[in-house]
Design a protein around this ligand. Structure first.
Ligand code: GTP
Ligand code: MG
Length: 198
């Protein structure tokens, strides 16, 4: 898919105030600093569409971007940053939860996982929340440029084993990406394109 236009539409903390248009929507979520905003910039070929930062906690609101005048990309705040709480139930800001529970246009959620890390409880719990609520998702292993290919594959295999040996019958669709060298860009855009054309 070619990205012809990518425009920022609105930021807010209330799902009721999100755009009313009934077009396909894809959300990016994951721990703070995992690379959600960078990934959105990478796949849209726009350096400054979504705001990024080396410091966790940069994205604080629900941000809608309209792509090719046809579908929405949504950049969300990260979870797991607040030091006070250990479990997703406590850290997950309620407005994000409300977004997932109420946004009918949401077609697919991309859960971003840092490819360098062992499976983290907070991510597994978040995917459990999506599963329990019947919200379709894919996994994106980010920052793939930081690993050698064999290490990346090993980590993905390990992740897959962890998921399928616990709650899940199979791995959801997954991708490995790098915002630095654009790994995974075509695969991800093709996946979205395929759904849009169904
Ligand atoms: P919050 O909005 O704070 O939740 O973070 P985020 O998930 O949106 O992360 P963001 O895109 O702001 O990136 C966080 C940091 O990771 C920045 O310093 C990015 O430059 C860096 N980063 C993001 N993606 C990649 C990647 O694929 N490779 C490398 N090497 N660095 C990355
Ligand atoms: Mg961000």
């Amino acid at each position: 898919m070619k990205i012809k236009t990518a425009e920022f539409i609105i930021s807010n903390s209330d799902v009721a105030k999100c755009p009313k248009e009934r077009i396909a929507e894809y959300a990016f979520i994951g721990r703070s600093n995992v690379g959600k905003s960078s990934l959105i910039n990478m796949i849209t070929d726009r350096n400054k569409l979504a705001k990024t930062s080396g410091r966790p906690g940069k994205t604080q609101l629900i941000n809608h971007f309209k792509i090719n005048n046809e579908w929405f990309l949504v950049d969300l705040p990260g979870y797991g940053y607040a030091k006070v709480s250990k479990s997703i139930k406590k850290t997950f800001q309620s407005f994000i939860k409300q977004y997932f529970l109420n946004r009918e246009q949401l077609i697919c959620t991309f859960v971003l996982i840092d490819s360098r890390l062992e499976p983290q409880k907070i991510d597994l719990e978040f995917m459990e929340f999506l599963g329990e609520n019947g919200i379709p998702f894919c996994i994106i292993f980010t920052k793939a440029d930081k690993l050698k290919l064999n290490e990346l594959n090993k980590n993905i295999q390990f992740y897959s084993k962890k998921m399928t040996s616990t709650l899940w019958e199979e791995m959801p669709p997954y991708f490995a990406t790098s915002a630095t060298n654009s790994t995974g860009k075509e695969e991800l855009l093709n996946y979205i394109d395929q759904i849009n054309n169904q």
